[in-house]
Design a protein around this ligand. Sequence first.
Ligand code: C5P
Length: 238
Amino acid sequence: MHEPRIIVALDFPDDKSALQLAHRLDPQLCRLKVGKELFTATGPHLIEQLMTKGFDVFLDLKFHDIPNTVAKACQAAAHLNVWMVNVHALGGRKMLQAARKAITPGTTKLIAVTLLTSMDQDDLADIGLAGQPAQIVDRLARLAFECELDGVVCSALEAAHLRQQLGERFCLVTPGIRPRNNDATDDQRRVTTPQQAIRNGADYLVIGRPIAQANDPLLACQQLNSEITAASNIRVEN
Ligand code: C5P
């Protein structure tokens, strides 16, 4: 059995809906992501419940604050024994280093968000960030790498380049995934199939609605896993 590479986004307002979906999924086939909405509504108790069901949890709170505050938040996340937690690379080198120091390498994975994909060039100009989004993503991913974080969240389209630049051990987590036979892009602007994401070097795929809104979420997860396994075999053969 391969380790699960799908991370299902639990984008729900309360613990009841989140647990309902978790109950229909299998920890052998996927991990779970808890973000700001759900965590703010439910707190650490839900994380414990999900972990008791055998799931690895990615706590997606994107910490961004002064180094000391982020370090303490990372410590608190590591105490929850979550599998993965993230911070904003835009918090800068000192903040990233403080986060790294707060979490023992090899325990909770510490990754960074580079640029939010919701920001276009005008948004970046508004806050005084010059350059193409792709260049900024590259720079911030390298900064996270230099600060010895375990990886970054990036679009599958950026993954190939980052994999090439930052090597095999840097973890790439990619959202914006839609199965091959799925026409719905929802509000995602640039979507990628699981196969393409894996071929581009992604380690983990964050998938929300294609699983959460499927009639049979477990079956959707199984089908996505088959796509991933097929693509992984091609990548290994290459
Ligand atoms: O439903 P869908 O598959 O689009 O959900 C994707 C998940 O990944 C959501 O939780 C969303 O917030 C998250 N995400 C994203 N794009 C990013 C970072 C995170 O879609 N750049």
